[in-house]
Design a protein around this ligand. Structure first.
Ligand code: NDP
Ligand code: 2IT
Length: 444
């Protein structure tokens, strides 16, 4: 059995009931076969892959908080500090009832390679809780965030581990967590990113993941002689990533006709009204059904369905494993040319394989959505020098990072004979720097 397969088997055996983590490890390690083949003896001796798939540290903790009725509630908090070979652990905090250790490990593992691809000095980590923010009052959100940070504060720091937002964690939650960290540690440092602008946040961080997704997708299309202007785009999700992906796609002249949340989806043949979507999701925190009140010609459907709408470009921006083989087949039948992942691992293994086999341009999450964490790293830089950069400066850097990232991924794929396979390209390009750093730092 190959070294890569031995390590995959061991991961599956030693981490039962963590299917998303197995999926992420398999995808990365199988892509690395050509690099591993070049260094097999040394990697085996140094157990490089075994170290890569084992988090440096993982903490799991109780998060008690009191709801508005005076009832004590208990959630579970996690922080997985996966790999610090190239910088302090960096990655978001997910607040969603589906969160468990396996989900956080899959996200933390992906984050290692994504962060490396940005070219910035950030290691990989992820955290979160099974707390469900839906339907909670502001006071309940604050109570949860303060309790969560009371424990998390013992494990993070501006030069150790810098969390940020993810599903369910936006500017409001980061604000409450930052306030509690400062109160407990008596330090005003860049310990979190995605902060509010008055207290160390970076301009363009809110927009960064969605904007970055469009910058890199535009570059990929440009290199294949395709102009994004005039194209029809389907987006899933209606959160931070989806909203700013829709906004930038429209600025670039494309027409986005769908978005979705966990209860249903919108088809708006005239193009999604982003101002209305922001009002519903960012201000009112309401359901997508409200969209129809402002756009009577749009359609609302219960359940899933955005991938049934004909489009040139598909941008899954909601959650993992949301684009299945049947969806991929429908997209291809409808003439899709590119799929870029705004969410983390939104496309199932078989759907990815199918899209690639059909010659669809497929940009995996760790390349496509790296603009968010890249801009978080720019927020860390601004915090360190205690300066603020303008929106235009940060946005220009983000664009430069995404364009470069595309070419690094494309070059890595070509170098190993996988021209156009950006899954292989991203995994190899992300891995090479981490591997070099791990080898240089000895057995740690
Ligand atoms: P948000 O919480 O802002 O939005 C998430 C959106 O996806 C909501 O519309 C939500 O609907 C929907 N959604 C979430 N979970 C599910 C589910 N299980 N089934 C169906 N729909 C679901 O999160 P983000 O936009 O920040 O994150 C979206 C994705 O992008 C995630 O995969 C995240 O890891 C990834 N990502 C985020 C980055 C960031 O900077 N925020 C950076 C890089 C990647 P509802 O509100 O109804 O639950
Ligand atoms: O998945 C991701 O890259 C994020 N949720 C953003 C992490 C960050 O530190 O900005």
């Amino acid at each position: 059995m190959s070294y890569v397969n031995e390590v995959i088997d061991r991961v599956i055996r030693e981490n039962p009931n963590e299917p998303e983590f197995h999926q992420a490890v398999k995808e990365v390690l199988l892509s690395l076969e050509p690099v591993v083949a070049e260094h097999e003896e040394q990697f085996r001796r140094d157990a490089l892959l075994e170290r890569l798939v084992n988090p440096e540290r993982q903490v799991k903790f109780r998060v008690p908080w009191i709801d508005d009725k005076g009832q004590v509630r208990v959630n579970t908090g996690y922080r997985v500090q996966f790999n610090s070979a190239i910088g302090p652990y960096k990655g978001g905090l997910r607040l969603h009832p589906s969160v468990n250790l396996g989900i956080i490990k899959f996200l933390g593992f992906e984050q290692i390679f994504k962060n490396s691809l940005t070219g910035l000095p950030i290691g990989g980590g992820k955290g979160g809780s099974d707390f469900d923010p839906k339907g909670k009052s502001d006071r309940e959100i604050m109570a949860f965030c303060q309790s969560f940070m009371t424990e998390l504060s013992k494990h993070i720091g501006a030069d150790t581990d810098v969390p940020a937002g993810d599903i369910g964690t936006g500017a409001r939650e980061i604000g409450y967590m930052f306030g509690q960290y400062k109160r407990l540690c008596n330090q005003f440092t860049g310990v979190l990113t995605g902060k509010g602008l008055p207290f160390g946040g970076s301009l363009a961080r809110t927009e960064a993941t969605g904007y970055g997704l469009l910058y890199i997708t535009q570059e990929m299309l440009r290199c294949h002689g395709i102009d994004i202007a005039g194209k029809t785009v389907c987006v899933s999700g209606a959160g931070n990533v989806a909203i700013y992906a829709i906004e930038k796609a429209q600025q670039l002249g494309a027409k986005v006709v769908t978005c979705s949340d966990s209860t249903g989806w919108i088809y708006d043949p005239d193009g999604i009204d982003v101002a209305l979507l922001k009002e519903i999701k960012e201000v009112k925190r309401a359901r997508l059904t409200e969209y129809l009140a402002g756009r009577p010609d749009a359609q609302y459907h219960e359940g899933k369905g955005v991938w049934s709408v004909p489009c040139d470009i598909a941008l899954p921006c909601a959650t993992q494993n949301e684009l299945h083989l049947a969806d991929a087949k429908q997209l291809v039948a409808n003439g899709v040319v590119a799929v870029s992942e705004g969410a983390n691992m939104p496309t199932t293994e078989d759907a990815t394989a199918y899209l690639q086999a059909q010659g669809i341009l497929f940009l995996p999450a760790k390349a496509a959505n790296a603009g968010g964490v890249a801009t978080s790293a720019l927020e860390m830089s601004q915090n360190s020098e205690r300066l603020h950069w303008t929106f235009e400066e940060v946005d220009a850097m983000l664009k430069g990072i995404m364009v470069n990232l595309y070419h690094n991924v494309d070059d890595a794929a070509k170098k190993y004979g996988f021209d156009g396979n950006y899954v292989v390209g991203a995994n190899i390009a992300g891995f090479e720097k981490v591997m070099e750093a791990m080898m240089a730092q000895g057995i740690v």
